[in-house]
Design a protein around this ligand. Structure first.
Ligand SMILES: Cc1ncc(COP(=O)(O)O)c(C=O)c1O
Length: 416
């Protein structure tokens, strides 16, 4: 956006262009013009089958259709249906729900969890931190709420979590601020597919506790939007146990979303969950998030909340959805493996992929290389530091085509 005409920027940088949507539209236009078989659209962050159709879990579809009229017509309570607030914790933690004060608050999707974390656990005009590879919406959510976003390097030279960069960044802001909100998207990070290990988590907690002991308020927001698409979704939750003995000055928030886990993207359903050893902080969480919800979206989507409750309580339904999710999870992992193999074979460097919807390739000219790829009918998303390929949207076979095509486009561009 060049210049505002009538709207007020209020200090926000309102340069909103939906890059992903724009590129995806180009892919669709090319498919219409030249035939679908000439196009690989690896931009979409939703699960598509190998033919490019949106996957909707049948069990979820059935559960939605079985709802009573009042289940979707009535308002939900401000913080969510009480049974929903209980089952969402079980979905989020699985067998790794530590013994501490844990409360959930309903939000419209994962984005809503991030919004409520920002407004309640960071100060206006101060800085929120995350890693340098991050989901672009973080910047929008942070700046829309009058905060700043700063980053530390996600990876060190050997491709491991860069705990030193993390420590430095936390130290920098703990010298400037009394509180700090840290966003960590793991496991199956968007856009790289990277996951922190248990050892990484122990170090992260130790660093945060160091400042908590000095009287600083530290909040870790775990964006767990992709946790159900990991190699072993139960094992991937083991790090939650590490929070069991955190001090009162360290608060952990978890953002859990039904968008990917239940193929309910458009139903806008998620929950912000707090983990603390202080009962009053937990009560306060319930109050401030209810207030925030009221002040933005009022209440969440009752039908989606009710569907999650009904599926949890009906063993057959739960098993059915778990089975379908499992098939999608395996499909994604196989696509990831195919891309990794193809990248290795052609010598394409990529970021370490553990699991999830995306892989990323580092590139210093992402827009230009992205455009070269488009000429070949391959559509990926250029990010600040590279190219993102949505495994969620393309078959294994296409993953094997995309990796060498990126390598070729990069070689061509950088040889100039
Ligand atoms: C990293 C990350 N967090 C959270 C979300 C939440 O999405 P939603 O608001 O659709 O639940 C997404 C969706 O793309 C994401 O990529």
């Amino acid at each position: 956006m060049e210049k505002l005409i009538f709207a007020e920027a209020n200090g926000r940088e309102l340069n909103f262009t939906d890059k992903i949507f724009g590129i995806s539209s180009k892919a669709q236009e090319m498919a219409k013009r030249e035939g679908a078989d000439k196009v690989i659209n690896a931009t979409i962050g939703a699960l598509l089958d190998d033919r490019g159709n949106l996957i909707v879990f049948d069990a979820v579809d059935k559960a939605l259709r079985a709802l009573k009229a009042e289940d979707f017509a009535a308002y939900a309570p401000l913080s969510g249906i009480p049974e929903y607030l209980e089952v969402i914790k079980k979905y989020a933690f699985g067998s790794h729900m530590p013994n501490m004060y844990i409360a959930a608050s309903a939000t419209p999707g994962g984005a809503g969890t991030i919004r409520n974390a920002i407004v309640n656990y960071s100060k206006r005009d101060e800085t929120v931190i995350t890693s340098d590879w991050y989901w672009a919406a973080y910047k929008t959510l942070v700046t829309e709420n009058y905060r700043k976003l700063d980053t530390y390097k996600l990876l060190d030279e050997s491709g491991k979590y860069n705990i030193e960069a993390f420590a430095e960044c936390v130290d920098k802001y703990m010298k400037l601020q009394d509180s700090l909100l840290i966003i960590i998207n793991t496991p199956a990070h968007n856009p790289t597919g990277f996951s922190l290990t248990g050892e990484d988590w122990k170090k992260v907690i130790d660093i945060c506790e160091k400042y908590a002991a000095l009287g600083k308020k530290v909040t870790i927001f775990v964006d767990a939007a992709y946790i159900d698409f990991t190699e072993d979704p139960d094992e991937a939750r083991a790090f939650f146990d590490l929070f069991e003995n955190i001090s009162d000055n360290l608060l952990v928030l978890v953002g859990y979303s039904a968008s990917k886990s239940f193929t309910l993207y458009g139903m806008r359903c998620g929950a912000l969950i707090c983990m603390t050893n202080n009962e009053e902080i937990c009560e306060e969480f319930k109050n401030v998030t209810a207030f925030s919800g009221r002040g933005t979206w009022s209440n969440g989507t009752r039908s989606a909340q009710q569907v999650l409750v009904n599926m949890y309580n009906d063993r057959t339904m739960k098993e059915a959805v778990d089975k379908e999710r499992d098939a999608s999870r395996k499909m994604l992992l196989a696509r990831g493996k195919a891309f990794e193999e193809a990248a290795r074979e052609c010598g394409l460097e990529m970021l370490p992929y553990d699991s999830g919807f995306f892989v990323s390739v580092p590139c210093s000219a992402p827009d230009a290389v992205g455009e070269l790829l488009q000429k070949e009918g391959i559509f990926v998303v250029p990010l600040a530091m590279g190219l993102r390929v949505a495994l969620s949207a393309v078959s294994e076979e296409k993953c094997r085509i995309v990796a060498p095509a990126i390598k070729k486009a990069m070689d061509e561009y950088f040889a100039k």
